[in-house]
Design a protein around this ligand. Structure first.
Ligand code: AMP
Length: 190
C-alpha cells in the first residue's frame, strides 16, 4: 500500500489536491482536520477537547493526533494507498508515524511539499472563511497564529523527510488543474 503525505502551510491547497488525486487513483484521503471537525460536529469528548485548540489556531496535542491516525491506518484495508493530508505536523508525529507504518509493514512513498507564499496563504484563507464558515480562517490574528505555529512546529518536519530522500517540492500557486498536473508529473502513481 502506497502512503503519500501532502505537506504545506495552511491554505497551501493540500485538501483540494489530495481529494482530486484520491478520486482519480482510488486512494483513501485522510484529512486529520476533517476527522477533527467531524468529532466536533458529533460533540464527542475528543471533539470538544480539540475545538479548544483549533479555535485558537493551535495544534491539537500529539497524543490525540497520533492515536487518531494509528486507528485510521490500522482500519484501512483493500485500498491502493492512503494520502495523509495535515499529518504529521510535528517532528514527534513524524517519528511516531514511521513506527506505526513499520508495524503494519508499510512505509512512506513520497512527501509532497506544496509551496505557497505567505500573502497568497492569507488571501486564500480569507476566501475559504467566507465559503466554508471556518472560524480558524476568519480572524486575521488566528490565521497569523496558524502560520507562526506552522513555521515553528511543522516546517522542521521538512528536514526530517529530506534526510530520508522522500521530499518532493512543487509550486502551489496557479490554477488548480495546472497544480494537479504538476503533482501527477512529480508522483508516479500509474
Ligand atoms: P486543517 O484542516 O488541516 O487546516 O486543520 C485544522 C486544525 O486542526 C489545525 O489548525 C489544528 O488545530 C488541527 N489539526 C489538524 N491536523 C493536526 C495535526 N496533525 N496535529 C495537530 N493539530 C492538527
Amino acid at each position: 500500500m502506497k502512503i503519500l503525505i501532502f505537506f504545506g502551510a495552511p491554505g497551501a491547497g493540500k485538501g483540494t489536491q489530495a481529494k482530486k488525486l484520491s478520486e482519480k487513483f482510488n486512494l483513501r484521503h485522510v484529512s486529520t482536520g476533517d476527522l477533527l471537525r467531524l468529532q466536533i460536529e458529533r460533540k464527542t469528548e475528543l471533539g470538544l477537547k480539540a475545538k479548544l485548540f483549533m479555535d485558537k489556531g493551535d495544534l491539537v496535542p500529539d497524543d490525540v493526533m497520533i492515536g487518531m491516525v494509528k486507528n485510521t491506518i490500522n482500519q484501512t484495508k483493500d485500498v491502493k494507498g492512503i494520502i495523509l493530508d495535515g499529518f504529521p505536523r510535528t517532528l514527534h508525529q513524524a517519528e511516531e508515524l514511521d513506527i506505526v507504518l513499520a508495524k503494519n509493514n508499510h512505509c512512506i512513498s513520497n512527501v509532497l511539499f506544496i509551496n505557497v507564499n505567505k500573502q497568497e496563504i492569507i488571501d486564500r484563507l480569507q476566501k475559504r472563511a467566507e465559503i466554508e464558515n471556518r472560524k480558524d480562517d476568519s480572524d486575521i490574528s488566528i490565521v497569523e497564529n496558524r502560520i507562526s505555529v506552522y513555521n515553528q512546529k511543522t516546517a522542521p518536519v521538512v528536514g526530517y523527510y529530506e534526510q530520508q530522500n522522500k521530499l518532493k517540492r512543487i509550486e502551489g500557486v496557479g490554477e488548480i488543474d495546472d497544480i494537479f498536473e504538476r503533482i501527477q508529473n512529480t508522483l508516479c502513481l500509474i
